[in-house]
Write a protein that binds this ligand. Structure first.
Ligand SMILES: NC(=O)c1ccc[n+]([C@@H]2O[C@H](COP(=O)([O-])OP(=O)(O)OC[C@H]3O[C@@H](n4cnc5c(N)ncnc54)[C@H](OP(=O)(O)O)[C@@H]3O)[C@@H](O)[C@H]2O)c1
Length: 283
């Protein structure tokens, strides 16, 4: 199989490229320097030079708080850039995987949200990612994966931030009223690589199993890493991040199961695998 991976040097893209390589697929890894997705000509040329059977679209503007002050750039990458990718993938007759987010959901209540929940994003990033979902609807072989709280060995993410803050702080305030599910890039990449070999097209919620707050996540990171940090729970209002975030990021995985895909492992198990390598890299 010949596969184009956008955002190939991002935290998810890196693991997708590596896994496809290991599985013996022909991988066309593209990051900003190879193909600027905001430039239609650049996308057209890359697709022309690299005929593909599948496209895994991991490139995105992902700075959720910064997006509030640069909405045009965020929209250009996440909506216009995705339009270009969708058009090129369809013209090539390729399957397309679009990586979306739990931030498309309204995030009210406490029940897990299903793929049928009407999207109502609360921030600029979420709105542009949902606009990206609408842009890919023109594609006939389409997988939309809504994922959440992504962490991997190659990128900026919450566990790395906690480990880094632990070097200079004895105590930390962490938000405890946003509840969702962490997602390890290696587990997500493995599901994506299984999916592209099927024709089970559709929209799926995908994350590691189990729910926690950011506070619970931080507590578990420090416990597993044997770090003695005093944690103080704070509300989203008190934390005052630039972007509003849903309090309820719980997602149901019924669609995934119905389509015959295995659920991802529990988030604590994923965190163990992440930490064993992240801490080894540090030492
Ligand atoms: N991170 C999360 O918590 C999270 C949660 C839910 C969903 N997602 C979604 O999951 C996907 C992967 O996220 P991630 O965490 O792996 O993101 P990431 O690490 O920020 O990687 C995004 C990649 O996109 C590239 N990119 C940005 N603008 C581009 C452009 N104009 N043309 C080509 N490439 C461009 C970036 O390159 P540069 O580094 O050179 O800018 C980077 O390599 C994204 O679709 C994201 O929206 C992420």
């Amino acid at each position: 199989m010949r596969v184009i991976v956008t955002g190939a040097r991002g935290q998810l893209g890196t693991d997708v490229v590596r896994l496809l390589d290991m599985q013996g697929e022909i991988v066309y890894a593209a990051d900003l320097a190879d193909m600027d997705i905001t430039n239609a000509q650049s996308v057209e040329s890359f697709f022309h030079a690299h005929p593909a059977d599948a496209v895994i679209h991991c490139a995105a503007y992902t700075a959720v708080d910064k997006a509030e002050s640069e909405p045009e750039l965020c929209r250009l990458v996440n909506e216009t850039g995705t339009q270009h990718i969708a058009r090129a993938a369809e013209a090539a007759g390729a399957k397309l995987v679009y990586i979306s987010t739990d931030y498309v959901y309204p995030g009210e209540g406490t029940q897990p949200q299903s793929e049928d929940t009407t999207p109502a994003p609360r921030n600029v990033y979420g709105r542009t990612k949902y606009a990206g979902e609408l842009a890919v609807q023109q594609c006939s072989r389409l997988f939309i994966l809504r994922t959440s709280w992504v962490f991997g060995l190659h990128g900026n993410n919450f566990p790395y931030k906690m480990l880094s803050l632990a070097k200079t702080h004895d105590s930390l305030c962490v938000v405890n009223d946003q509840v969702g599910s962490p997602t390890f890039t290696e587990d997500l990449a493995s599901l994506i690589c299984r999916m592209i070999r099927t024709e089970s097209y559709g929209t799926y919620n995908v994350s590691n199993e189990g729910f926690c707050s950011w506070y619970d996540f931080a507590e578990t990171i420090f416990h597993k890493a044997n770090l003695n940090i005093t944690l103080k729970p704070v509300s989203s209002e008190a934390f005052a991040a630039a972007a509003d975030r849903p309090r309820n990021s719980r997602m149901s995985k019924d669609a995934l199961c119905k389509a015959g895909f295995e659920r991802l492992p529990r988030w604590q198990d994923a965190l163990d695998r992440f930490l064993s390598r992240a801490l080894m890299k540090e030492s």
